[in-house]
Structure formats: structure tokens, C-alpha cells
Design a protein around this ligand. Structure first.
Ligand code: HEC
Ligand code: HEC
Length: 482
């Protein structure tokens, strides 16, 4: 309720902006030349980029730049915003990082060797050294995450094929991951790609407190900040929403009864398990009070009103939304879902859809904490810039090769190898590359992955429509490639 009132207040203040941008669709080319230029209009932050227009708002009505999120709380000059930039939908992108590197000769605080470089403590004496040392950050926006092997893990690391030969201990693993956005966190059901900052039965808000503490100590190499500062950061994060507001081809995403853009998102209802196909109802604060009735495959209901518009670009987005919701394919052998005896589903799901996993209404993340192995880190997809770990089950001797052990580094369980959470799919705009390891440079690459992995056999037309839809949540610039 409160969120709704606040959003209404914000809407009044910014009504003028909507008009400006609707009219602007025609004059969009002029805007494109101002790459990533930020504009503060009313209480919203608006960024233009080649993709379209990304907009961010806070439910308090103000994006408070004095929040400790923007402050130097540690010892190495890093701030949360160093890796969670508003113009990149609150993460970072290679493009922006390369510009930052050029601007500062690779000396901006994000370029620190505690976790920004491929190897811990890399040599960063000269500009060339730095370009080499931070190559994964610069090429894919990947940050090094060092994780110890959990005590009593069911497996051990027997070999690491490490392109950088960092020479770390095998009692720990260095993996490389994309920063997750710090907006739209009101929808998440687990914190971090591997859920490691989520404790069983704990509220997401408390997980985020712990996460922020760890971020200051880890990324910023500081002392743990005061509880009040952490609470201020978490309140800031939980009220922050970001979404694509304007599409280069379709114009404003919230006209003719469409409900794209950031303001409808900020009042989108959510509780954990809200549209969970398996009705798992995890016992944790914030879970839905009554079991959900099972999957409403129509998880996205933003653009149905555009079915019969005159605009071909809008029709394509509407068709793409329907494909995302209802196009059937078989979901088979996904550990965490139906890939093993411990999994909740025993057989392949013949009537699968994207929304079986991306079920949160109009947000698109998994509404329950349920890390899955869809195969992103599998050896078959490993590129030479990433490490390849060989893991051995201590009892059975079974071997597996994987570029990131994922959830298994949190639980120590063999069956959790390669599992990651299904992230929020809003504000994909301006934040390529995708997946935890940035392995999909574009949304087309994402679709190619799914088409192959689940043998969907999407037609060219279906792919084009799906892209149009995802691009309304993200970059329209890819559409020209179809
Ligand atoms: C050096 C870059 C860097 C800095 C600085 C940084 N983060 Fe992050 N952040 C990341 C990476 C990388 C991840 C994903 C790591 C993973 O999942 O293993 C992440 C994930 C998160 C998430 C998880 C979101 C989700 O959907 O689960 C939150 C919340 C977050 N960061 C908040 C913060 C806060 C608050 C600060 C400042 C105190 C901060 N970050 C500073 C890189 C950074
Ligand atoms: C079996 C569950 C499952 C199905 C089905 C599924 N996804 Fe995913 N999706 C995931 C998981 C898990 C991730 C995170 C994987 C990773 O990064 O390791 C993900 C990631 C993504 C991302 C990247 C988001 C980001 O921030 O990097 C996009 C885009 C996406 N999925 C779109 C789709 C589309 C489109 C479909 C249907 C064709 C689909 N997904 C079907 C589970 C699923």
C-alpha cells in the first residue's frame, strides 16, 4: 500500500517527463548521440543509450545520493556504486569499464587486485600490466569471487585448468561473476548467484544486511560498518526500481494500455512463491501466506494490450511476450528441478515454458529460492578465458568438469555443482553481457543457448518476436541484426 502511494506521488511529479519522452520518440536520434547521459527529472533518473531509455526510481520519491551506498566506507576507495552503476541498470558493463579504464589509466578504485583482477595481487605497475591484469573485468564485466571449499564438502578440487595460472590453493576456488543489479531487489528470493548470502528461514532484508556488510569488508576492504549504515543501504536497495522506459522502435513502453516502464514495476505485487509452479512455499518471512494455485504461465502481462495496435513494433513485442509465457518445449534433466533423485520433479516437463523458471509476475526471476543447473558453466561451453575445475566426488570417485562450481561451493553438496539462481529479467537494458559469467554477449546469444539446450526449434519469426519482447525489457539495438 505504502509503495503504491509513494509511487503515485512520484508519478504526479514526473508526469511532465512522460510527455517529453513520448514526443521524443521521433527525435530519438538526437538523444542517442548523448550516450549514457544522465538526466535528473523530477525524482527519476533517466539514461539514454543506444538501446533506448532506461529509467530508475525510488519508492521514497527521491534517489538519495547521500545514502552510504554512494559513500566510501572502506579502505580502497571502492563504493557500492563502483560496481553498481545507475546508468548500467545498477550493475557494470564492459563498455563503461573500458571508458573508465581509459579515463583513469586503469587507476579508478574498481581496478583493485583484491577482486577486480584475474589473479589476486596481480602486477599492476604499468598501463599494459593493468590492461592484462583486469582483462576479464574489461572484456566481460566479471569480478573475481574467491570462495573457500566448505568444510566436509562431498567433493574435492583435483585440478584447475587456469588460463591465468594464479596458483591459488585447491582448498579454495576463484570464480568470475557478473555483479547482479542492486535495483528490483524487492522481487528476489535468494541473494547472490549462488544464494550464499541467504540463510535458511531468514528474511531477504536480513540477508541483504549481511550481504552489504560482506561487501564493505570484501570489495572495499573496510571494517564492518555500523548497523544503521547497513540498514540505510538496504532500505535504499529495496526501494530502488529500474526498467526500460522507451524502446527505440516501439516508443514509450507504457502507452496504449501497455504497462512497461518503471512505475508499474514499482507497484507490482510480490511474495516469495507467488507463482511457483511447484507450490513449494518455502518457510521464510516474505513467503506467500496461502499456497499459490500453481503456475499461471502468463507471468508477463505488460504488453497484451498491444496485440491489435497499428504499430508492427508494438505487435511484435506483444507476440514475444506471449511466446515467453506460452511457447512449449520439453524441460529435461535440469539438476535442482528434474535432474536427479533429490529433485522435486521426477520426469521431464513436456509442457515447459520460459515461465516455469522465470515465474515472478512481470519481474521474471524465480519466485522461490531454487538454484538450477541449466548448463551455463558446463565444460562444453567453457571459453579459454575462464578456468575449468575438475571436481571429484570423495566417496564415488565420479568426476565433473565445470567453469564455476556455483551453489556447491556454498553447501559442499555434489548435487549442487553448477547451480545458479534465475535472475530478475527487468532492466536488462544497458547491462549486457548475460548469465553469471557474461557468456552471452547479446540476447540473441541467450536465445541460441536455450534453443539448443532444450531443442526448442524456435522459428526465425518466434526468435525475432521473443527478442522484441526481451528488448522491451532490454536493448532494442539488437533488433537490427535480425
Ligand atoms: C568490486 C565490485 C563490487 C562492489 C564494490 C560491490 N559489489 Fe555488489 N556485487 C558484485 C558482484 C560480483 C556480485 C555477484 C557475486 C555473486 O553472486 O557471486 C554482487 C552482488 C550484489 C548483490 C546481490 C543481488 C542479488 O540479486 O542477489 C547485492 C545486493 C549487492 N551486490 C550489493 C552491494 C552493496 C550494498 C555494495 C556496497 C557495500 C556492493 N554490492 C559493492 C560486485 C560488487
Ligand atoms: C529450467 C529453468 C529455466 C528455463 C526453462 C529458462 N530459464 Fe532463463 N535462466 C534460468 C537460470 C537458472 C538463469 C541463470 C543462469 C546462469 O547465469 O548461470 C537464467 C538466465 C536467463 C537470462 C539472463 C539474465 C541475466 O541477468 O543475465 C535470460 C535473458 C533468460 N534466462 C531468458 C530465458 C528465456 C527467454 C527462456 C525461454 C526460452 C528461459 N530463460 C528459460 C533458468 C531458466
Amino acid at each position: 500500500m505504502q509503495a503504491h502511494e509513494r509511487a503515485t506521488r512520484s508519478r504526479r511529479r514526473t508526469a511532465g517527463v512522460t510527455v517529453v519522452f513520448t514526443v521524443c520518440a521521433a527525435a530519438f536520434c538526437a538523444l542517442l548521440t548523448r550516450a549514457a547521459a544522465a538526466d535528473r527529472r523530477g525524482d527519476e533518473l533517466t539514461y539514454t543509450n543506444a538501446a533506448g531509455v532506461l529509467r530508475t526510481m525510488h519508492t521514497s520519491g527521491v534517489i538519495d545520493r547521500t545514502n552510504p551506498f554512494f559513500e566510501d566506507l572502506g579502505a580502497n576507495g571502492r563504493r557500492c556504486v563502483s560496481c553498481h552503476q545507475p546508468a548500467q541498470a545498477w550493475t557494470i558493463t564492459p563498455e563503461e569499464l573500458q571508458a573508465r579504464f581509459a579515463r583513469t589509466d586503469g587507476l579508478d578504485p574498481i581496478f583493485r587486485t583484491n577482486d577486480g583482477s584475474n589473479c589476486e595481487g596481480a602486477n599492476v605497475a604499468t598501463l599494459d600490466d593493468r590492461r592484462r591484469a583486469f582483462s576479464l573485468l574489461l572484456s566481460k564485466g566479471l569480478v573475481r569471487v574467491d570462495l573457500p571449499m566448505p568444510a566436509n564438502a562431498e567433493f574435492e578440487i583435483v585440478e584447475v585448468d587456469d588460463p591465468y595460472q594464479c596458483g591459488g590453493p585447491t582448498a579454495a576456488a576463484s570464480v568470475y561473476r557478473r555483479p547482479l543489479p542492486t535495483a528490483n531487489l524487492a522481487f528476489i528470493s535468494g541473494v547472490m548467484w549462488d544464494g550464499r548470502e541467504s540463510a535458511a528461514g531468514r528474511a531477504i532484508r536480513d540477508d541483504l544486511m549481511q550481504q552489504a556488510r560482506a561487501a564493505v569488508v570484501g570489495h572495499a576492504q573496510g571494517a564492518p560498518p555500523a548497523e544503521a549504515q547497513l540498514a540505510a543501504i538496504v532500505d535504499f536497495e529495496l526501494g530502488l526500481f529500474a526498467a526500460q522506459a522507451l524502446d527505440r522502435l516501439a516508443g514509450s513502453l507504457s502507452v496504449q494500455d501497455a504497462r512497461g516502464g518503471v512505475r508499474p514495476l514499482a507497484i507490482q505485487p510480490f511474495c516469495i512463491g507467488i507463482n511457483d509452479p511447484l507450490k513449494m512455499l518455502p518457510s521464510m518471512p516474505g513467503a506467500c501466506a496461502a499456497p499459490s494455485p500453481g503456475l499461471d504461465a502468463n507471468a508477463f502481462t505488460l504488453f497484451g494490450a498491444w496485440d491489435h495496435t497499428a504499430s508492427p513494433a508494438r505487435q511484435a513485442i506483444a507476440r514475444g511476450e506471449r511466446i515467453f509465457n506460452t511457447r512449449r518445449f520439453e524441460i529435461d534433466a535440469v539438476p535442482g528441478l528434474n535432474g536427479g533423485s533429490a529433485d522435486p520433479v521426477a520426469a521431464p516437463i513436456a509442457t515447459g515454458t520460459c515461465t516455469v523458471c522465470h515465474d515472478s509476475p512481470n519481474a521474471g526471476n524465480h519466485s522461490v529460492p531454487m538454484p538450477l543447473r541449466i548448463g551455463i558453466a558446463d565444460a562444453s561451453r567453457r571459453t579459454p578465458d575462464l578456468p575449468l575445475f575438475t571436481l571429484r566426488h570423495k566417496a564415488t570417485g565420479e568426476l565433473v568438469q565445470i567453469s564455476d562450481p556455483g551453489r556447491a561451493l556454498v553447501t559442499g553438496r555434489w548435487r549442487d555443482v553448477g547451480k545458479f539462481k534465475g535472475p530478475v529479467l527487468r532492466a536488462l537494458a544497458a547491462r549486457a553481457p548475460f548469465f553469471h559469467d557474461g557468456s552471452a554477449a547479446t540476447l540473441s546469444d541467450v536465445l541460441e543457448f536455450y534453443d539448443k539446450r532444450f531443442r526448442i526449434q524456435l522459428t526465425d519469426r518466434e526468435k525475432a518476436d521473443l527478442l522484441a519482447f526481451l528488448q522491451a525489457l532490454k536493448e532494442p539495438s539488437e533488433r537490427g541484426r535480425q
